[in-house]
Each structure stands twice: as C-alpha cells, then as structure tokens.
Design a protein around this ligand. Structure first.
Ligand code: FES
Length: 106
C-alpha cells in the first residue's frame, strides 16, 4: 500500500499524491468529487481558483504567497533573531515553546 502524500507547493496549492485512489474528497454535504483516474490533484489554498476546490493556476497570476514562508521572511527581516514571533534560533514561536534548545539559551 502506497502512502498518500500532501505536499505544500511553495506559494501554490496543496498537491495530493494518491497513487492507489484511497482519498475521498467531499464537499460540506458529503458529496464526493470525482477523482476517477487522478493519481494526483492540487487543492487551491489561495482562494482564487475558478474551479474550487482544485487549483487552476490563478495563484501565480495573483502573486499568492503562502503564509508559512511569507510571514516568516518578513517578520524575520523586521524583527531579527529572537523577536517578532521567532525564538533565538529563528524557529516560529509556536514551535519554539517545544524547542528545548531555546529554553536553555540565555
Ligand atoms: S492555489 Fe492555485 S489557484 Fe489557488
């Protein structure tokens, strides 16, 4: 059995790789989207697609920047290490609370 992989494309969709067709994608009412013959598909996360929930490439036209990279880069540039939502080793604060190395640093 192959694993289903979900990959965050840089500044783009969530790419779902499902070679064995194990994934069911349903709307809010439980109705399934037809994924017949699709070993992989991309889900929009920029909210700009005209073919929701699938990516149609609009993210590149509107300059979508994924939060996990855009926020980190901008905040780091403004605040520097140890401030602005990052620990002393530049890990996001949410992860830093579990980051034992930072807890030992002065
Ligand atoms: S992520 Fe591609 S259109 Fe939204």
């Amino acid at each position: 059995m192959s694993k289903v992989r979900i990959i965050l494309r840089p500044n783009g969709p969530l790419r779902v790789e499902d070679p064995e067709g194990l994934v069911e994608l349903c709307d809010a009412n439980g109705n399934r989207f037809d994924l017949t013959g699709k070993p992989a598909f991309s889900l929009c996360r920029c909210d700009g697609s005209t073919n929701m929930p699938f990516c149609d490439g609009t993210h590149s036209k509107i300059g979508f920047r994924a939060a996990e990279t855009a926020v980190a880069a901008e905040t780091q540039a403004q605040a520097g290490p140890g401030r602005g939502g990052f620990c002393k080793t530049n890990m996001p604060i949410g992860r830093a609370t579990r980051h034992a190395r930072c807890a030992k640093m002065p």
